[in-house]
Design a protein around this ligand. Structure first.
Ligand code: RP5
Length: 179
């Protein structure tokens, strides 16, 4: 069963190179049968598309936007400045090993993703964006579902089951240690 005919979550990322990480969010939402729409929107390469996307998100009625970006990760904050839809930022440690060139560090963040994490969390007062850990796109999906779960009791039950499964697997692992 799906919860809505329209996507409830908008997923955006600054570049196709972010998709490998952001897939983590899509996969979790798929597992829970939450419809989402995924797009590439670059805050600095497509600034007008970014503004249009915010209008699109309002029109689509997204409950949450998950925005992933690496480097100077201004995408989540810029989207948040255009809409009141809550934004969850995913700081991305940039890497691209599709066509690696020897000694080419241009695809890697100089600060191990901390630059992106701080860019997202250090939004000035009045324009908040929450952030999950570096590359933790799956956590963004779980948090997004927690936001929308009050509207959907079935989803709330599924999240509770997910939590109790986590509990049970720790107990099982602990029992196995004793053997
Ligand atoms: C950011 O710069 C993107 O989110 C991406 O993580 C990083 C590198 O982008 P590309 O060089 O792959 O376009 O804006």
């Amino acid at each position: 069963m799906t919860y809505s005919k329209k996507p409830l979550v908008g997923i955006i990322m600054g570049s196709s190179s972010d998709s490998r990480v952001m897939q983590g969010a899509s996969e979790i939402l798929d597992q829970f049968k939450i419809k989402h729409e995924d797009q590439i929107v670059s805050a600095h390469r497509t600034p007008s598309r970014l503004a249009e996307y915010a209008q699109h998100a309002e029109k689509m009625g997204f409950s949450v936007i998950i925005a992933g970006a690496g480097g100077a990760a201004h995408l989540p904050g810029m989207i948040a400045s255009h809409t009141v839809i809550p934004v969850i930022g995913v700081p991305i440690l940039v890497y691209n090993d599709k066509h690696p060139k020897k000694n080419d560090t241009s695809k890697f963040s100089a600060f191990g993703g901390l630059d992106s994490l701080l860019s997202i969390t250090e939004m000035p007062s009045g324009s908040p964006v929450v952030a999950v850990g570096i590359n933790k796109a799956g956590n963004a999906a779980i948090y997004a579902m927690k936001i929308i779960a009050n509207e959907f009791p079935e989803l709330k039950k599924k999240l509770e089951l997910h939590k109790s499964n986590q509990h049970d697997s720790v107990i099982k692992e602990s029992e196995q240690l004793k053997k």
